[in-house]
Design a protein around this ligand. Sequence first.
Ligand SMILES: Cc1ncc(COP(=O)(O)O)c(C=O)c1O
Length: 363
Amino acid sequence: MTTPTPISLTRTQQPAAKPDDASLSFGKVLTDHMFVMNYTEGKGWHDPRVVPYAPLSMDPATSVLHYGQAVFDGLKAFRGADGKIRLFRAQRHAERLNKSCRALCIPEMDVELVRRSFEAIVEADHDWVPHAKGTSLYIRPTVIATDVMLGVHPAHSYTYFVICSPVGAYYKEGVKPVRILATDNHVRAVQGGLGEAKTAANYAASLSAQQEAEKLGYTQVLWLDGVERKWIDEVGTMNIMMQIGDEVITPPLAGTILDGVTRNSILQLLRDWGVKVSERKVSIDEVMQAGRDGTLKEMWGTGTAAVVSPVGELGYKGEKIAIGNGQTGALTQKLYDAIVGIQYGTAPDAHGWTSEVKVPVAA
Ligand SMILES: Cc1ncc(COP(=O)(O)O)c(C=O)c1O
């Protein structure tokens, strides 16, 4: 048996005041510590450590600032009703971060060490995991290229860091449907591109379409494929699912969309429950037609931030389709309750998706 790489810990001497759980939103408050590890050519990934949260100092010529060689991921830690802190599908998030690294020519890390980096930072900042119902600690692992020189090429040095932010309940007054707009003016990703990686460029590419949708009163963009502009890809920063008749349909993992951890978990639950599930191409025309003839029963986005986000209205080429009278559908709500139950330890975790973070017991 090999001994696991030790992760050193330097505690902050100036812990910050923690905000009230009731005041939490998303991503605005950051915790006391961060995890850091470096890569240099010849030495590989080295020096994993938890240190006080601090700005990164960077030369203006640092390659990530110019050429966007950067990947990230996002997962959460939950404080359960039993007081235990659980990570949701940490291993899968660690594997996906490495997959994103491969897509951007970033040297892969040891998946086990990445998984332990999530545990180490949550252990150090366990006091920051909020207590109120629906709150959580969002964990943001990121890798950036740190070569100091101009020129497009894979860098020879990188920094991996993990920061955390306590976040408020996504739904403060119950799960609420949103309005989404299918766009064929903009595309987010194409096959052979970066759509299945979680990389900064994809989010930069989404901004102008999102701004346009908001101007028209919509919450999110429903992305269509980049070639024919008819096949549904994703919604905003979530995967998309819909129930037409008795079939739940979600676009396949074919290179343009992210392999969502929530998507994967929900597909598993639906199969467990005996629901007919198809991972297949679905066109915007099929969905609009199902909306017109009443067979489109429910539609929802899936992602770490919201778990599920029901769609109450779909707009496309000036036409608007109302889904489920603007109410959250029964299946959407059941899925939300099932995932949240597992995350907070109030429902059995049949697939072993959660892992407990052991925190030091006060002397
Ligand atoms: C583009 C995109 N698609 C889908 C998802 C949903 O993925 P997950 O369920 O792993 O959060 C996210 C969020 O991470 C995303 O950014």
